[in-house]
Design a protein around this ligand. Structure first.
Ligand code: G6Q
Length: 547
């Protein structure tokens, strides 16, 4: 049965009333009034700690948000997802990335097929292969061990492996360098190939469909480059595939024995846990890849069993709804205070925006309320010296998620304390702001003339009352990273259920896959130019003259 529209639901209307009261609160006052606030509004799960006290909310807000989640059926849909129901209704597919990280022996059947056995059979193959490459037993055609691995894929077949390999680089095998090529822009592949020795390079062609134009073009060019110095018989030692499409893989020239499969119930942006994570297993080893999966599984178990009021992904999602639908925020900023998470914001950008960037309900009715905000960000402290200005004093309020590891994996003295000090100082400043009285006091202490003080006051005043979450972990271990990604996956799920959108299709991306085709033919062949608008016609003509 279709859900009633979100903005007509009783819990939503109750929250709207509550919002009018909450809008009068300041975070400063909330902290001053309740010394227990940090304790009351924080939660631990799967090796992660979430402090959500620096948001404009109180116990009643949390209760009302959880009531909204219950009214929207979050718990029932969560159960449906874990059980393998076909909740991706526009593609008639189950959504089972959680099954990819379930331990061996977990019971789950889809259409009569034992999913857990299939998953672990592939994991066993990933282990056998990555052990051989890492030990040097797997050799290239000249008898040398592999030194470089190039993952060719795009979107979900690129962002996850690249982000995770970067995040876990302190665990990487010292002989192996990982490279990632996604863009059809030849500058990407060219720059990578120019530094490589074909005899010691292994290519992973990662594509769920094995039809994605960018990946196929890059894979073809990589194969041509390789065959300039090797015979076709050498291909199996240097090209492996990760895909669901055996036919296309073998047609490309990769032996089915060198193909690592996954399944249609794994969405691209949720596929890092599948064989798409092959580059991660090669880099950090199968055992640590197992720890990464186990960390995500721990978050799954928490998400499926903890009451909403203490459920970390549910709370993170609901707080996002609170900001988006009741305070009209339009974006969120992700600020990992860990250099190795430098691609985490890009990863979340796809996860959240591709999942919930939708304008109709699951049943196709237009939304009369906002769905996914824009997601963006970069590592701290770098962002502080760039766009944080707008976060502190701009006209928009942009909630921030701070993410930090308490312990570093490097050994340089002094850096970690400096990093964490910046992280905590920023969230404190967003929360407190700086009043004009405080600014005046500072300037008077510097003995500035009164007229100058008054002129500077508005510029140096910070409104504060700007919300943030802080997520801490002990260190950026494979397990904690797994839990962190799963946290955001389930956050995205919760928001998708509240907004009543299908979080698991991506028709906008599919459109992109076909749009370029006609113009590509016009640019490269003799095909007669079609009638476009004058701008498109003009741009095509300029490119034709230059190509
Ligand atoms: C992810 C999207 C998209 C997809 C890429 C690559 O959820 O569907 O980013 O992963 O378009 O698709 P292939 O893996 O099929 O090449």
């Amino acid at each position: 049965m279709p859900l009633p529209a979100l903005d007509t639901s009783a819990a939503f209307l109750a929250l709207r009333q509550h919002r009018d009261i909450a809008a009068t609160w300041t975070l400063r006052d909330l902290f001053a009034e309740n010394p227990n606030r940090f304790k009351e509004f924080s939660v631990t799960a799967g090796g992660l700690f979430l402090d959500y006290s620096k948001n404009r909310l109180n116990r009643q807000t949390v209760a009302l948000l959880c009531a909204l989640a219950r009214e929207r059926g979050v718990e029932a849909r969560r159960a449906a997802m874990f059980a393998g129901a076909k909740i991706n209704n526009t593609e008639n597919r189950a959504v089972l990335h959680t099954a990819l990280r379930a331990p061996r022996g977990a019971v789950l059947e889809i259409d009569g097929q034992d999913i857990n056995r299939d998953v672990h059979a592939v994991l066993d193959r990933i282990k056998a292969f990555s052990d051989r490459v890492r030990s040097g037993e797997w050799r290239g055609h000249t008898g040398e061990a592999i030194t470089d691995i190039v993952n060719i894929g795009i979107g979900g077949s690129d962002l996850g492996p690249e982000m995770v390999c970067r995040a876990l680089r302190s665990f990487a095998h010292p002989r192996l360098s990982l490279h990632f090529v996604a863009n059809v822009d030849g500058h990407d592949l060219d720059a990578v190939l120019s530094s490589l020795n074909p005899a010691t390079t292994l290519f992973i062609i990662a594509s769920k469909t094995f039809t994605t134009a960018e990946t196929m073009q890059n894979a073809g060019s990589a194969r041509n480059w390789f065959l300039q110095s090797a015979a076709i018989e050498a291909l199996p030692q240097h090209f492996v595939a990760v895909s669901t499409n055996t036919k296309a893989v073998t047609a490309f020239g990769i032996d089915a024995a060198n193909m690592f499969p996954f399944w249609d119930w794994v969405g691209g942006r949720y596929s890092i846990w599948s064989a798409i994570g092959l580059s991660v297993a090669l880099a950090i080893g199968a055992e640590r890849f197992g720890e990464f999966l186990a960390g995500a599984h721990a978050m799954d178990e928490h998400f499926r069993s903890a009451p909403l009021e203490q459920n970390m992904p549910a709370l993170l999602g609901l707080i996002g709804v609170w900001h988006r639908n009741f305070f009209a925020t339009t974006s969120i900023s992700i600020a990992p205070y860990h250099q190795d998470l430098s691609q985490f914001a890009d990863y979340l950008q796809q996860l959240e925006m591709e999942s919930n960037g939708k304008r109709v309900t699951r049943n196709g009715a237009p939304l009369h309320y906002e769905s996914c905000p824009a997601v963006w960000g970069n590592v701290g402290t770098n962002g502080q010296h760039a766009y944080f200005q707008l976060l502190h004093q701009g006209t928009d309020v942009i909630p921030v998620d701070f993410i930090a590891a308490l312990k570093a994996t490097h050994r340089l003295p002094g850096h970690q304390a400096a990093l964490l000090a910046n992280c905590f100082a920023q969230s404190e400043a967003f929360m407190r702001g700086k009043t004009s009285d405080e600014v005046r006091e500072d300037l008077q202490a510097q003995q500035l003339p009164p007229a100058e003080i008054e002129a500077l006051l508005p510029h140096k005043t910070f409104p504060g009352n700007r919300p943030s979450n802080t997520i801490l972990m002990d260190s950026l271990s494979p397990g904690n990273l797994g839990a962190l990604i799963a946290l955001y996956e389930h956050k995205t799920f919760v928001q998708g259920v509240i907004w009543d959108v299908n979080s698991f299709d991506q028709w906008g991306v599919e459109l992109g896959k076909v749009l370029a085709k006609n113009i590509h033919v016009e640019l490269t062949g003799d095909a007669h130019q079609q009638e476009h608008d004058s701008s498109t016609n003009g741009l095509i003509a300029m490119a034709k003259a230059a190509l």
